[in-house]
Design a protein around this ligand. Structure first.
Ligand code: FAD
Length: 287
């Protein structure tokens, strides 16, 4: 299927891209990897008159450590996340989870910024970003602002991004020593979106949990941060009773839509199961 005709711009700086966005208004769309936008255009769910291709803007690429944070340019691809030694050493949850996204072709073009900006609760990065306490850098004609991942997603395909803003970078504090993490994703087949997914970041001391953060994928209109489940873990030994309490709390916040991947009851149960598995895996990595 061929998308409707559109005009095309390929700016080489963020400033130029923002000027184009401001002058063209809501008829224009940013083109990153194109792996969500182009399928939507082909299906006529999106019909932008102009695409602003940000692939030629060098400042949107790269993974660096600066000012105590890891800075990931929005145009960093899934494959670049997977290959990054800095992330493998300092934030291993991201390269591990990126390997579970789609297939190699999509991972070679699809970007972390596009995955987040799209606002799809089925995408994996939103929940992972929540579990990592990530912040998103948004740039528009009035300058730059930073929005926490937990405050960014307003609804399915709705985010805090204004029409004239670009997501330029993702900021995340590297893991403190002894942090364990895991992402568990139930999918029907390789390359599929999650039926349910859970990202967990844990720290433990003396056999008890001292820090827990949990993000949930595709079990509500947006990705979720499961605060009550986190609270059920803090100060506790990870025995069956503690895990059951966390699972129960996760199930309480789930509000999934029924679709080909399952009904609401099944997805809710799977969110609990993915969380339990991710907690166990993360705990085994707390060293
Ligand atoms: C077969 C298939 C399987 C997939 N499976 C998964 C999966 O399992 N998990 C998963 O997470 N994703 C999956 N995806 C989606 C894929 O990861 C997309 O690449 C991703 O959702 C969008 O990233 P992109 O760079 O391709 O963005 P694009 O498609 O170019 O853009 C998506 C949207 O975000 C906007 N946008 C993009 N970048 C910016 C920016 N920097 N600032 C502001 N707005 C921006 C665009 O205007 C557009 O509205 C799959 C895709 C396909 C085709």
């Amino acid at each position: 299927m061929i998308p409707p005709a559109f005009d095309y711009h390929a700016p080489v700086s963020v400033g130029e891209a923002i000027s184009l966005l401001s002058s063209l208004g809501d008829d224009a769309k940013i083109l990153a990897g194109g792996h969500s936008l182009l399928p939507m255009m082909k299906l006529r769910f999106a019909q932008p008159g102009t695409l602003i291709d940000i692939n030629r803007i060098p400042e949107l690429r790269g993974i660096t450590e600066e000012g105590g944070k890891i800075r990931i340019g929005a145009m960093t691809t899934e494959s670049e996340l997977i290959d990054s030694q800095l992330l493998q050493d300092r934030l291993p949850l991201l390269p591990e989870a990126a390997q579970l996204i789609a297939d190699p072709q999509v991972r070679n073009r699809g970007t972390i910024g596009g995955d987040i900006a799209h606002g799809d609760p089925g995408n994996d990065h939103p929940a992972i970003a929540m579990a990592l306490d990530a912040e998103f850098v948004l740039q528009g004609p009035k300058g730059e602002r930073t929005v926490k991942a937990v405050d960014f997603f307003h609804g399915t395909y709705m985010t805090a991004l204004a029409e004239d803003e670009i997501l330029t970078a993702i900021l995340i504090a590297p893991f403190a020593a002894g942090t364990g993490s895991a992402y568990q994703k139930l999918k029907r087949k390789t390359g599929d979106w999650a039926t349910a997914g859970a990202a967990v970041v844990l720290r433990m001391s003396g056999g008890k949990v001292t820090h827990a953060s949990i993000g949930l994928t595709n079990v509500a209109p947006t990705a979720l941060r499961a605060r009550e489940a986190e609270a059920a873990l803090i100060g506790k030994v990870l025995d069956d009773a503690t895990l059951d309490a966390a699972v129960k709390a996760v199930r309480t916040v789930c509000d999934p839509a029924e679709d080909l991947r399952g009904d609401a009851e099944y997805k809710t149960a799977m969110a609990g199961e993915m969380t339990k598995r991710a907690i166990r895996a993360a705990a085994a990595r707390c060293k």
